[in-house]
Write a protein that binds this ligand. Sequence first.
Ligand code: DLZ
Length: 158
Amino acid sequence: MATALKNLNEYNKDRFTDISGKTFGIVVAEWHEEITGVLCQGAVDTLLQHGAAKENIFVNTVPGSFELTLGAQFLAQQEEIDAVIVLGVVIKGDTKHDDYINHAVAQGITHVSMKYNKPVSFGLVTTNTLEQALDRAGGKHGNKGVEAAAAAIRMLSF
Ligand code: DLZ
């Protein structure tokens, strides 16, 4: 498995486009902001490391993850934006709110991506506990903001 992945990465290496002239919109939910802030930092750092210019990265916040879809649409509809990165954390509670929000965001941003023919990457951390969310925001399971940014870059190279 590790070898196969390594080969895949070798193959993809040449297919990463130059993103120095690309413009990115990031939309971040304010719920669990101590975690979404880490996701956002990971996404921004990844874009910068791959050559994006700081002035070409636009970060916007929305109240909660449910609002991420409209936030993504506000960004995607702007001609100068090349890709959108969506970041939020939804933690399971006593009710089914998490299910509704997660499905709405997944479907909503897919729709936005198709409508504007632009990458819109899904950086929504959906967990049962706060600890699991922290594990995915710079913890033992990495940083999903980094992964979402990498997915956007990869799709711009398609
Ligand atoms: C209401 C709500 C709840 C219960 N939980 C979360 C959550 O875990 N993560 C999140 O990003 N947002 C949550 N929200 C807020 C909703 O996403 C939304 O902002 C409100 O329902 C207002 O539309």
